[in-house]
Design a protein around this ligand. Structure first.
Ligand code: NAP
Length: 751
């Protein structure tokens, strides 16, 4: 840690010179304790007006020396930390002003504007080596006895440097907190006070007020005997130090009052809803709040969650196993997205079952909540959407965030271009790099007003209140997203919107629109609709994703004795390449109970083992099975004869170069193959040939490679160990459990 110190802030800290803490309470004491624990070897001294705090600090080993006067300690110190209550900062700084030379100074006060002004008064102007700061950590305890060396670990510290702050001073203060395990960020003084007024000061004010109000109503405090957990959780912070909080509310008065005004307006709205028995309004408020709270939890757990995700998850697959039973794999992502969008714009209540609770579809759900749609769930794949009709969306308070979902952003662009209000669409860092011109350009032709960042990239700023006009658009690329976007915009346009596709693309949007009673016509390669219609709520049972089902189709197809039924699988004609290819290879697949849900065809699929033969994969099936090839290559490895694939160069630009990753993995198992720029030849082992071996496979973080080699284990004669499998959990939640349920043997190991 000392070495790190030296690298971060150069010569100033390598000498580990003396640090002076003024005010040795909880915050100052914990800083000293954290530095000691980090191995800081310089002297740490303190000044506190209470001599017993100093004595205790020395006894606890938190500081090396100290006293009640400032003067003896200042000259020899290189860094001074002011950790007294906010209103005590001004007199301390006035005293300090005549003693300091070039020391770095920082403070820990919970408000910043008042301390900045006090410093300007005390020093004439804020010294360039004075870096204002605030650790976002604490407790209801005070005094050095409560010092905790881990208080700042994994907590944030906000620094509020000025334009002319000395960069070496800033680096030193940053290193000070980082040595204690804190994450340091920078913010403007005003913004700090506004943010803290809302996230810290207001909740404290409410907690103090609630406890005081109840206590007054019941002088003997008897009422607290009956208090439930809710009271305890809500009011824990009312046990905090009264003097500190008096100081904070005095120092940050204006920002706190502003936050309180907003809060009072919110309470008034809720009061009215309760008074009127307005169940929709109550549900809307509670539902938004409950989800915002869950989102906050995810943020809080993010560090832990990411750390977990970054760990290498490894599968160890035992050779052999069975494939029997009846299972249902998770819902289709494209259909989950669209069910929320169309459900929200419908008249009536839409019940969705089998919703895929992936991050992307949850972001879509949240975006509609922000536009005033009441959505219950998701709870075990069930979502209830209280539709607002074609023109019932409300202007969201801020930009709509769609995470990593390119589909959501492109579909939203079409839908929002027709609204009466302005909107802004943003996404995560990787989505922000993806071009949106392919939707923005044709939407502009329809009369939409859309601004993008440079190069047609997000954020998209969409101006509301435009009258759109239907167009006939020849898509330059085969894109289901662009087609869907234009059809959604077309619902709000005058006249007819027609889209021609150069090659078949997924048609989930057209099907679901028809399912919700909005007619979309189709002839050859053109789909079209008339503007001005409306949608009627319809129940949706999201079909299982055929791409996820594929791993189990192949598992059963290659395993002697297998008999597996997959329920409710989506068999949209644009996605069924895998069924056609497996059948051509001789697989025993039986589709039954075929019916339509929300316009989408679904079926149960029964697969029994039958010997497979190698085939030349028909070129017209390649686009219909593009995501399914990793699993199909495993089928090929178990067929008799050679399977040839060409015209599949797109596989090289998926989550990994899937042609290369599969060729490498198959070679490790001993399956002969020849790689081509746009395909592969795989020489299968056949029913009677020797089975292939085991080995260690790198999935390159590609979920489909990981799942394909898991399935390969069923016919291997040794263990297969697959590295880098963490991503499976996001695309196919529950894969490992389902694989075990049907009879495969695999362990998930975190490395
Ligand atoms: P604390 O435990 O009460 O410690 C403050 C110490 O400063 C006390 O020992 C106090 O002595 C001493 N002091 C007061 N005036 C002084 C003066 N003129 N000269 C020397 N020492 C003086 O309070 P804390 O919780 O550590 O809070 C300290 C600062 O941290 C405050 O500015 C607060 O806004 C900030 N902060 C607190 C938290 C939190 O959760 N506690 C979180 C973030 C930031 P007496 O006991 O004799 O008054």
């Amino acid at each position: 840690m000392r070495e790190r110190h030296g690298t971060v802030c150069g010569s100033q800290v390598t000498d580990e010179s003396r640090i002076l803490i003024v005010g040795l309470g909880l915050i100052g004491g914990s800083l000293a304790a954290g530095l000691k624990a980090s191995g800081y070897a310089g002297e740490i001294v303190a000044c506190d007006r209470d001599p017993s705090e100093i004595e205790q600090g020395i006894a606890l080993g938190v500081i090396d020396a100290g006293g009640t006067e400032l003067a003896p300690w200042v000259a020899e110190s290189s860094l001074i930390v002011l950790a007294v209550p906010v209103l005590a900062m001004a007199p301390v700084m006035t005293e300090l002003a005549s003693m300091v030379s070039d020391q770095v100074i920082t403070d820990v006060g919970s408000t910043k504007q008042a301390i900045l002004q006090a410093a300007e008064r005390a020093f004439g102007r804020l010294p360039r080596r004075f870096v204002l700061g605030h650790p976002i950590a604490g407790s209801e305890k005070s005094g050095v006895a409560a010092s905790n060396p881990d208080l700042y670990r994994h907590h944030k510290v906000i620094l509020t440097p000025q334009a002319d702050t000395d960069p070496t001073a800033l680096a030193r203060v940053r290193a000070l907190w980082e040595a204690c395990g804190a994450e340091v960020l920078e913010m403007d003084v005003m913004r700090h006070d506004q943010v803290l007024a809302r996230t810290s000061h207001l909740p404290h004010l409410l907690a103090f007020s609630l406890v005081d109000t109840l206590a007054r109503q019941d002088e003997r405090l008897d009422i607290f005997r009956y208090a439930a957990g809710g009271f305890r959780d809500f009011t824990r912070i009312a046990g905090s130090d009264p003097v500190m909080w008096r100081d904070i509310f005095t120092a940050n008065r204006d920002a706190v009052l502003e936050a309180l005004d907003d809060f009072e307006a919110g309470v008034a709205r809720l009061r009215q809803a309760v008074a009127n028995g307005d169940s929709d309004a109550m549900l809307g408020i509670f539902d938004r709040a409950s989800h915002a709270r869950h989102y906050f939890d995810t943020l809080l757990n993010k560090t832990r969650y990411q750390a977990m995700e970054q760990r290498n998850v490894r599968y160890r697959v035992s050779p052999g196993g069975q494939v029997t039973g009846t299972i249902r794999v998770p819902g289709d992502k494209s259909i989950s997205h669209r069910s929320i969008m169309l459900g929200a714009l419908s008249e009536g209540v839409t019940q969705v079952e089998g919703f895929l609770e992936g991050e992307d579809s949850l972001a879509t759900l949240q975006a509609f909540r922000e536009m005033g749609v009441v959505i219950e769930g998701p709870h075990q794949g069930r979502v209830t959407i209280h539709g607002v009709g074609m023109h019932g969306l409300k202007k969201p308070a801020g930009p709509l965030y769609v995470g990593n979902a390119g589909t959501a952003m492109r579909l939203f662009a079409g839908l929002l271009a027709g609204q009466a209000f302005d909107t802004e669409l943003t996404g995560d860092a990787s989505l922000t790099k993806r071009p949106m011109g392919r939707v923005a350009d044709p939407l502009r032709e329809m009369g939409a007003v859309i601004e993008t960042a440079e190069g047609g990239r997000p954020p998209l700023r969409i101006k509301g209140g435009q009258q759109l006009k239907g167009i006939t658009y020849d898509m330059p690329m085969a894109s289901a997203q662009v087609k869907s976007c234009l059809l959604l915009a077309g619902m709000y346009a005058e006249g007819e919107t027609r889209v021609r596709e150069p090659a078949p693309t997924r048609d989930h949007t057209e099907r679901m629109l028809n399912g919700f009673g909005y007619p979309v016509s189709r002839a050859g390669d053109v789909a079209w609709l008339q503007g001005g219609g409306h949608l009627t709520a319809a129940p949706i049972d999201v079909p299982s994703d055929i791409s996820s089902a594929t791993f189990f189709l192949v598992a059963a197809a290659i395993t002697p004795g297998a008999d597996l039924t997959l329920e409710h699988v989506g068999i949209n004609p644009t996605r069924v390449g895998v069924i056609n290819i497996l059948k051509a290879m001789g697989a025993d697949l039986e589709l039954f109970d075929e019916h339509e849900v929300g316009g989408e065809p679904v079926a149960n699929i029964r697969v029994r083992y039958a010997p497979l033969k190698g085939i030349e994969i028909p070129s017209d099936q390649v686009p219909l099975a593009i995501d399914e090839f990793p699993a199909l290559f495993v089928a090929a490895a178990n067929a008799s004869g050679t399977t040839r694939l060409r015209g599949a160069e797109e596989l090289r630009v998926k989550e990994s170069d899937r042609l290369q990753s599969m060729a490498d993995g198959l070679a490790i198992l001993g399956v002969e193959n020849t790689l081509y720029e746009d395909g592969i030849d795989i020489v299968g082992k056949g029913e009677d040939g020797p089975s292939y071996g085991g080995g260690r496979i790198d999935s390159h973080g590609d979920h489909r490679i990981a799942m394909a080699f898991t399935v390969a284990g069923l016919r291997a004669n040794d263990h297969i160990v697959i590295d880098d499998c963490a991503n499976v959990a996001t695309s196919f939640p529950g894969f490992v459990d389902l694989a075990r349920r049907v009879g495969m043997t695999l362990e998930e190991v975190s490395a």
